[in-house]
Ligand binder design. Structure first.
Ligand code: DC
Length: 231
């Protein structure tokens, strides 16, 4: 039996992971958060005192790492680094920057490619990232390029930080969003770009529910009615 795959790419803060997670529950597909895999490499580099932007140092580190992905009873993806569950640790702010730098190293992308493709060979997947439609799953049944204006994405991130009780400065958050976009779109290897056959979904003026309904509509239109898996 062949499995179905939905690729969602786009800049950080567009709502990819929140929406992909909810859609996966609605459709009974496995949600694969590929950013979490890059974050695990970023975390590993930091933990070993290696500059994540140094291609040869990072390439040397890779063979010594055991990175695995697992799914808990809640159906949510957990990341393991050398056997330790790092699902929480990879969400720290400093890991975001390290992941973005490590993701620009070609050896890192090659190292992680097979792990991502294997998930799609073994399950129906909704996979989100930056190069899923262009590199990882060029044959995906549906490719969505999910985007929103930088100011809208910064505003969402700013509010999220405040809700978590963290201090935040909107202008700084916006500057970080713009810088991460620059790095993710301008790197030489697998830069963030829209696949030619992707459908663009712009969520600038939509709330979460509106964005969810938009994507669900696109999926049903392309893949037909799908059973809810209640994962
Ligand atoms: O989506 P995220 O913020 O968790 O991703 C972390 C970093 O990894 C981000 O800077 C972009 C990079 N990334 C990538 O280059 N390719 C992917 N498929 C997923 C993430």
């Amino acid at each position: 039996m062949s499995y179905r795959s939905i690729a969602i790419d786009g800049p950080s803060g567009a709502g990819k992971s929140t929406l992909a997670k909810r859609l996966s529950q609605e459709l009974g597909f496995l949600y694969v958060d590929t950013g979490a895999i890059y974050r695990t490499v970023g975390l590993a580099a930091r933990a070993r005192g290696i500059d994540p932007a140094d291609p040869s140092a990072v390439a040397e580190l890779l063979p010594a790492l055991t990175i695995t992905m697992g799914y808990g009873e809640d159906g949510l993806q957990h990341m393991f680094l050398d056997g330790a569950d790092v699902t929480e640790a990879i969400r720290r702010n400093e890991v975001s920057a390290a992941a973005s730098k490590a993701a620009a190293v070609p050896a890192v992308r090659d190292f992680l490619l097979e792990m991502q493709r294997r998930a799609a060979r073994e399950h129906d997947v909704i996979m989100d990232g930056r190069d899923i439609g262009t590199v990882v799953l060029p044959q995906a049944d549906l490719k969505i390029f999910l985007t929103a204006a930088p100011e809208a994405r910064a505003e969402r991130r700013f509010r999220e930080l405040l809700e978590r009780g963290q201090q935040a400065d909107y202008d700084q958050v916006l500057a970080e969003v713009v810088e991460r976009d620059r790095r993710d779109t301008q790197r030489e290897t697998a830069p963030l770009r829209r696949a030619e056959d992707a459908v663009t979904a712009d969520t600038t003026s939509l709330d979460l529910e509106g964005s969810f309904q938009l994507l669900l509509g696109l999926i049903r239109e392309r893949l037909g009615p799908l059973e809810g898996g209640g994962r």
